[in-house]
Design a protein around this ligand. Structure first.
Ligand code: DAH
Length: 361
């Protein structure tokens, strides 16, 4: 450590120790003595360095020691009597070689010390930041995994929908307020950006014969303000189970099981009445969660659900006398917010790495 410090008391840096040959006539013996002294000082410096010293640091110290003195010796060649210049020149070259050799010796010593002491083949490699899944994606993946174990597969539908799939086939009366322009982003006369994932129910029932158990995640759009609790585009997760003999008991049992697995076995759930045109009866499920705001457990609405309305089954081409089913829809962004203690929905859209990297796994 002390070798790294160049203090004012450092004898090698004291200017008066080195006579300036340039302005007086020099004797060969004095010249050789100075050359010899520099060779010894350089070797002493390098030999005294800790082998951990970085090579550039060692070179810096060596240069501070030798540069002025070498320049003085080179200049002094001209101050020597003519007959002595050849011998002095030889001594000068030998001196330079000697310094270089001493530096090579130090470099070799340093390299083998570095190899012996700081290379650890068993040390784990430094990991590279590879990004992470978005918290909403994490929630969707986790929920999908739970429903996969309960027998559900994933279904997808288009984000640009027709009015019929988004509303008509889902038993919305023609004058339903959700159909008005202020909620729905229309692309054309009959086409719109889907306002929910429920149209995937209809598309699935048209394509597959029961038994059907699907989970449909996807982006939905609404003409909403972008504020702390609303976004004009957000993810939804739709669920649908249709078969012969399916009852409200299946709905309650499956969704309560989902809540237990996602929130923890000790969390209570409750169902209350609600209204959606495409289910009858319609319900909502609340879960008792702790939002970490010091207020303890409280009921939070997690999803809307209900028994699939017979009109929906009939419109999709199924016999509603034979088949029954239940459905649910939830917003994974809201679930992510309650789970990860996020109070402003906008951070989910900011792509701020400082926020997102907290979820890296
Ligand atoms: N589509 C509804 C919405 O966007 C959510 C919903 C409620 C979906 C009840 C359902 C359901 O499948 O049964 O608000």
């Amino acid at each position: 450590m002390s070798a790294l410090r160049a203090s004012a008391a450092d004898p090698f840096r004291h200017p008066s120790r080195f006579p300036d040959f340039r302005f007086r006539l020099v004797q060969l013996s004095e010249y050789l003595a100075q050359a010899n002294a520099l060779a010894q000082d350089a070797r002493a410096l390098l030999d005294g360095l800790d082998p951990d010293t970085r090579l550039d640091v060692a070179k810096g110290q060596l240069n501070a020691l030798k540069d002025d003195r070498l320049a003085a010796l080179q200049g002094a060649l001209r101050a020597l009597p003519a007959d002595d210049r050849r011998a002095a020149g030889t001594a000068f070259n030998t001196l330079k070689q000697g310094i270089q050799e001493a530096l090579d010796v130090f470099a070799a010593r340093q390299a083998s010390a570095a190899g012996a002491s700081t290379f650890d083949a068993t040390m784990p490699a430094r990991s590279v930041w590879r990004g992470s899944l978005h918290p909403v994606t994490l929630v969707i993946d986790e929920i999908s995994e739970i429903f996969r174990e309960l027998g559900f597969t994933i279904a997808l539908g288009p984000e640009a929908e027709t009015e019929w799939y988004n509303f008509g086939a889902l038993n919305f009366p023609p004058d339903h307020p959700a159909m008005e322009l202020h909620d729905t982003l229309y692309l054309g006369k009959d086409t719109l950006l889907r306002t929910h994932t429920s149209p995937v129910q209809v598309r699935t029932l048209q394509q597959y014969k029961p038994p059907v158990r699907v989970l449909a995640p996807g982006q939905v759009y609404r003409r909403d303000f972008f504020d702390a609790t609303h976004a004009p585009a957000f993810m939804q997760l739709e669920g649908l189970a249709v078969d012969e003999g399916i009852s409200f008991v299946d709905l309650k049992a499956t969704l309560a099981e989902f809540a237990r697995r996602f929130y923890g076995a000790s969390r209570r759930v409750r169902f209350g009445p609600s209204y959606f045109p495409f289910v009858e009866p319609g319900a909502q499920m609340d879960v008792e969660v702790d939002l970490n705001d010091g207020k303890g457990l409280r009921w939070v609405e997690i999803l809307g659900c209900g028994m699939v309305h017979p009109h929906v089954l009939d419109d999709a081409g199924l016999d509603s006398e034979k088949f029954t089913g239940w459905a649910f829809g939830m917003g994974p962004a809201r679930i992510a917010m309650s789970r990860y203690d996020i109070s402003d929905i906008r951070v989910l859209y900011d792509s701020d790495v400082r926020f997102l990297e907290q979820f890296a796994r």
